[in-house]
Design a protein. Structure first.
Length: 443
C-alpha cells in the first residue's frame, strides 16, 4: 500500500468516502489498514477518480483516530458519522496563509498570542487532554491570523505531547507553553532565500559546509525534533550587523534532501549532507538556452534535459540519480534545463517527483517527463504561432491542457478541432485554474 499522505495534498491515490460525508477523504492506506475489515467497512465506497484534483487524508488526524477506536470498541458508528458530516463543513487550515479569525481557539491566559483555527482545533486539540483549557477567541473579520498549529515545529511538539508512543512523551504542558511562547514571540520569521541583516541566531552542520546556514525558525521547526539534531551546531561566528545572510534550508534541493534523508527508504544523514554540500557549489539554474553544454538525460527521452545544478540539487536529492546518464552536446546543439525554477513546468515536475518518491516508482516521473517532451508548454494568455490546437469554433485548447484536462473528461468527444496546426497567433482558453474548474463542473 502507498503511504498515507496525511495533511499533504496529492493528486495520486485511490480514495474512499462515507456517502453522507463525501468531502471527507480517506486514503487507501488508512482504508485498508483500519476500515476495510471492520464491522463498518460496508458503509464506505471508493470515490470516483477526479483528474488533477488534490486531496489529503482526513482519517489520519488524532481526533478521527480516537473516535474510530471508540467506535470499534463500542460497536457504535454514529459518533464517527456525525463527526465526518460536521468536519466536511469546516474549512481546512490555511497553513501559512493568514485568514479571518472566525471560530478560532486559544489559551490566552498562558500563551497570549497562540491561535488555532477551527480545523486544527477539531482535528488535533479535541483529541488532547488539554482541550478544556482552550477558549474561543474574539472573532473579527478585520483581524487576519495564521494558525499556530500550521507551524510545523509547534504542531510536532503538540502531537508528541499527546502521543503515548512518542519518544518525547512525558514532556509537560509547561514545556509546550515555554516552547510555543518562545517560537511565537522571539523567533523571527524565515525570509527564505532573501537576505536579511543581523543579529539573528543561525545554525549550520557540525561537519562544516562552507557558506551553509539555517535560520532559527527552520532549525526549531524541522531539525530540533529530528533524529539528526546532533549533526547541527550554532554557527561558530555570530552574524555581524553589517552582513546579510539567507536561509539555505529553503532551497528546493536542500529541503528535498532533508525529507529523503528522514524517509524509511534512506534514513541516512549523509544523504542530506552530500546533497547540501553539492548544492552550495553550483550556480543557480536560470533555464537559459546553452550551446554545447553537458546535460543529464533519461534513456528514451531525447527532448528532456536537466542541467548539473538541478541534477545534483533536485534529482540526486530525491535519490533518483541512478536513472540518468550524462550527454555532452556538441557545438551548435542548443538546449535549456527543463527542471529549473524558471522552467514553465518546474512546479509540475516537482509534484510528479514527489509522487514517485511517495510511491517508490520512478516511472511516474519518467512517464510525465516523456509526454511533456512531445509538445511545448501551455502558452497561457500569450498569443503564439505555429502550435497545434484542440477545441471548437468557440474556444481552443493547447496540447498540454488538452492532455491534462480535456482528453480525460466526458466532454472530450464534443470537440470538433483535433490537433489542428495554426500559423495564426492564438492563446489557450483553458489555461487558468478558474477555466479548468468551469470545465470540470461542465463535465
Amino acid at each position: 500500500l502507498p503511504p498515507c499522505p496525511k495533511s499533504n495534498f496529492t493528486q495520486w491515490g485511490t480514495w474512499f468516502q462515507l456517502p453522507l460525508a463525501s468531502g471527507f477523504n480517506i486514503c487507501a492506506h488508512c482504508y485498508y489498514t483500519h476500515i476495510h475489515k471492520s464491522q463498518f467497512g460496508h458503509y464506505f465506497l471508493q470515490a470516483e477518480r477526479e483528474h488533477n484534483v488534490e486531496k489529503s487524508c482526513d482519517f489520519h488526524t488524532p481526533r478521527m483516530q480516537e473516535l474510530w477506536v471508540v467506535a470499534i470498541q463500542t460497536q457504535s458508528f454514529e459518533p464517527v458519522a456525525k463527526y465526518m458530516e460536521r468536519r466536511v463543513r469546516i474549512p481546512n487550515c490555511k497553513g501559512h496563509e493568514a485568514g479571518a479569525r472566525d471560530n478560532w481557539w486559544g489559551v490566552p491566559s498562558e500563551i497570549p498570542d497562540f491561535a488555532v483555527c477551527e480545523a486544527c482545533y477539531n482535528d488535533i486539540v479535541l483529541a488532547s487532554p488539554f482541550a478544556s483549557w482552550f477558549v474561543p477567541l474574539d472573532s473579527s473579520e478585520d483581524i487576519e491570523t495564521m494558525c499556530d498549529l500550521a507551524v510545523s515545529g509547534l504542531k510536532k511538539r503538540f502531537l508528541r505531547l499527546i502521543d503515548p508512543e512518542s519518544p518525547t512523551h512525558g514532556n509537560t504542558w509547561k514545556d509546550f507553553v515555554r516552547s510555543a511562547t518562545y517560537r511565537i514571540t522571539e523567533v523571527p520569521k524565515c525570509v527564505g532565500t532573501s537576505c536579511v541583516g543581523g543579529p539573528r541566531n543561525w545554525w549550520t552542520t557540525k561537519n562544516s559546509i562552507p557558506g551553509f546556514v539555517i535560520c532559527e525558525a527552520c532549525y526549531l521547526d524541522e531539525i530540533e525534533l529530528s533524529p539528526w539534531r546532533e549533526e547541527f551546531i550554532p554557527t561558530p561566528t555570530k552574524q555581524p550587523r553589517s552582513e546579510k545572510w539567507s536561509c539555505n534550508f529553503t532551497m528546493v534541493g536542500v529541503a528535498l534532501a532533508w525529507e529523503v534523508s528522514l524517509s524509511n527508504n534512506v534514513k541516512n544523514f549523509d544523504h542530506f549532507w552530500h546533497c547540501t554540500n553539492a548544492a552550495t557549489k553550483f550556480s543557480p539554474c536560470r533555464s537559459e538556452v546553452m550551446d554545447g553544454a553537458q546535460w543529464y538525460k533519461m534513456s528514451g527521452i531525447d527532448n528532456f534535459t536537466i542541467c548539473p545544478t538541478c541534477f545534483y540539487t533536485i534529482i540526486v536529492a530525491a535519490n533518483f540519480g541512478r536513472h540518468f546518464y550524462i550527454d555532452q552536446y556538441p557545438r551548435g546543439a542548443l538546449a535549456s534545463c527543463n527542471m529549473g525554477p524558471d522552467s514553465p513546468r518546474h512546479k509540475r515536475l516537482l509534484t510528479k517527483l514527489a509522487e514517485s518518491q511517495d510511491l517508490q516508482d520512478f516511472s511516474k516521473f519518467k512517464e510525465f517527463a516523456y509526454t511533456r517532451s512531445l509538445f511545448p508548454p501551455c502558452p497561457a494568455n500569450t498569443s503564439v504561432k505555429g502550435l497545434k490546437w484542440y477545441g471548437t469554433d468557440s474556444f481552443i485548447v493547447c496540447e498540454e491542457c488538452y492532455t491534462d484536462v480535456v482528453k480525460p473528461s466526458s466532454l472530450a468527444n464534443a470537440l470538433t478541432i483535433h490537433g489542428s496546426l495554426s500559423e495564426d497567433p492564438a492563446s489557450c482558453d483553458i489555461y487558468s485554474l478558474r477555466m479548468k474548474r468551469i470545465w470540470a463542473e461542465a463535465c
